[in-house]
Unconditional design. Structure first.
Length: 427
C-alpha cells in the first residue's frame, strides 16, 4: 500500500510524520520501495521525539496548480489539532464495520471516553484507515469475568483476526481464551494474563501485552513543574493500581531531582488516592482544601476524576497536571499532562502483527513490552498543543527527556515501596 493514496490532505508536519511512521507492515503482502531518509530528516524526527520507520513507501508527489498552491500558502502552517485528527480518522473508504472487522476492539466501558479507551481506538483507527484494514468494536454487557469472556468470544465469532482489549478486567478472560482460540491473536494493553487465582500466567504465542513506563511521564511532569517555579504540589490518584502508583512515584522522583538540582528545600507534596476513577464531591472538596492551603499544582491521575480537580483549580486559582492524554484543552488551569501514548503503542503492535504476515513476530509473540520514552510512548505534550510553561523552554524539556530516553536518568518503577525522596511528602 502507498502512503497518501487514501486521503490527499494538507496537515501539520507532526501528524504527517506519525502517518508515515506507521506503515512498515501494513503492506507486507504487496510491493514497496525502501527510501532512505536524509540525515537532516532523521535529526529532525529525533528532535521532536517521534519514532522514524526506516523503510516506507512514498508515492510520486501529486501535481498542484498555481491556484491550489496559493490557497495552501494562505492557510496557517498548522491546522487546528482537532480538525487534523478528525480528518485523519475520517472513514472515507468504509474500513469500519459494525460487525466483522478483522481488527476488533473490546473496550472496558465507554468507547469515546475522552481519555483512555478513545486513545486506544484512535491508534486502531489511524493504523486501519491508513492500511486499508477493516475494524470493528464490541461492548461488554456486564462486569463479570463471564461478561468479558463473552465479549471477546463475540468478536471471534464475528471473524476478528486480532482482538485489542485493555486493563485488568480482561486479564483472566485472555488467559482462558488464548489456548482455546490459538488462531486468534490478542493485544492486551495495561495487563498480562492471569490464572483463576489471580497470579500472572504464561503468555501464549498468540498474545502480546503492552504496559507503560508511567513513572517516566510522571517524573518529567514533576521535574518541569519545579523548574517552572512551583514549590507546593499535590497528587490525587484514582484506584491504587500499578499504573497510577507508577505515575505518582515518578512524579515524586521528578520533583525531588529538580529540587536537588536547584538546591531548594522549601518543596512539599500532598499525596492521596481517591479509590475511584470518577469525579465526585470528595475529590472536589479535597482539591479545594489543598488549593486553599497553598498547594499550587495538583497532578490528577486516573480516569475522569480530573474533572473535579479542574473545577477546584478554576474556582481557587490553582493549576493542574493531566494524565494519559494531553488535557490542556479542558481548561486554562491545565499546566501540562503526563502522557503515555497508548495510540502509538497500538500502532507499533499492529505494525508488527501485519509485517509478520498476520501473526506476532518472534520478538512480540508471548512477550510483555514496557513502552516508555525510548519508544516515544511517555513524556509531555509539545506538538499541536499549548506550551504553558513560561520560565522553561521546549529545548530545556528535551534535554531532560533525552536523558530519560537514553537511560542517563533512571526512574524507579517499584510500586510496593515508596520512593526515598528529600522533599516533604504528606501521604
Amino acid at each position: 500500500m502507498k502512503i497518501g493514496t487514501k486521503r490527499p490532505l494538507v496537515i501539520s508536519i507532526s501528524v504527517g510524520l506519525i502517518l508515515t511512521g506507521i506503515l512498515t507492515g501494513c503492506g507486507a503482502a504487496g510491493q514497496r520501495e525502501a527510501v532512505e531518509p536524509s540525515g537532516e530528516t532523521k535529526e529532525a524526527v529525533e528532535t521532536v521525539g517521534i519514532t522514524f520507520v526506516d523503510q516506507l513507501e512514498v508515492e510520486e508527489p501529486a501535481r498542484v496548480t498555481i491556484q491550489e498552491q496559493m490557497k495552501i500558502e494562505e492557510e496557517p502552517e498548522e491546522a487546528d489539532y482537532r480538525d487534523v485528527m478528525a480528518a485523519l480518522l475520517s472513514d472515507m473508504y468504509g474500513d469500519y464495520r459494525e460487525e466483522g472487522g478483522e481488527i476488533a476492539f473490546v473496550p472496558d466501558g465507554a468507547l469515546i471516553d475522552g481519555i483512555y479507551n478513545e486513545n486506544i481506538y484512535d491508534g486502531i483507527c489511524m493504523y486501519a484507515l491508513a492500511a486499508g484494514v477493516s475494524f470493528s468494536y464490541y461492548g461488554v454487557e456486564g462486569e463479570s469475568l463471564q461478561d468479558y469472556r463473552d465479549a471477546l468470544v463475540h468478536a471471534v465469532d464475528n471473524q476478528a483476526r486480532i482482538i485489542v482489549c485493555a486493563g485488568e478486567n480482561f486479564q483472566k478472560a485472555v488467559y482462558e481464551l488464548q489456548n482455546e482460540y490459538p488462531q486468534i491473536s490478542f493485544l492486551l494493553i495495561d495487563g498480562v494474563p492471569e490464572d483463576e487465582s489471580g497470579e500472572a500466567a504464561d503468555v501464549a504465542d498468540n498474545v502480546h501485552c503492552v504496559t507503560f513506563q508511567e513513572e517516566q511521564a510522571g517524573y518529567l511532569a514533576g521535574y518541569m513543574a519545579v523548574m517552572e517555579g512551583y514549590r507546593r504540589f499535590g497528587f490525587i490518584g484514582g484506584v491504587e493500581s500499578a499504573p497510577v502508583i507508577r505515575y505518582g512515584y515518578g512524579y515524586l522522583q521528578g520533583i525531588d531531582d529538580a529540587a536537588g538540582s536547584m538546591a531548594i528545600e522549601d518543596v512539599s507534596v500532598k499525596y492521596w488516592y481517591a479509590g475511584t476513577y470518577e469525579p465526585g464531591q470528595e475529590i472536589l472538596d479535597k482539591a479545594s482544601a489543598w488549593y486553599e492551603d497553598g498547594t499550587e499544582v495538583i497532578f490528577a491521575c486516573g480516569g475522569r476524576l480530573y474533572e473535579s480537580v479542574v473545577e477546584a483549580a478554576e474556582e481557587k486559582g490553582g493549576m493542574m497536571i493531566g494524565a494519559d492524554m494531553d488535557q490542556c484543552r479542558e481548561s486554562e488551569c491545565v499546566l501540562t499532562s503526563a502522557v503515555k501514548d497508548i495510540a502509538n503503542a497500538v500502532i507499533i503492535s499492529l505494525d508488527d502483527y501485519y509485517a509478520a504476515g498476520g501473526r506476532w513476530s518472534e520478538n512480540f509473540a508471548g512477550q510483555v513490552q514496557r513502552c516508555g520514552a525510548k519508544e516515544n510512548c511517555t513524556g509531555l505534550p509539545v506538538l499541536n498543543t499549548e506550551w504553558r510553561f513560561e520560565n522553561i523552554t521546549i529545548d530545556e524539556y528535551y534535554k531532560v527527556f533525552h536523558q530519560v530516553r537514553r537511560g542517563e536518568i533512571e526512574v524507579s518503577d517499584v510500586v510496593d515501596v515508596r520512593p526515598q525522596v528529600s522533599v516533604t511528602v504528606e501521604y
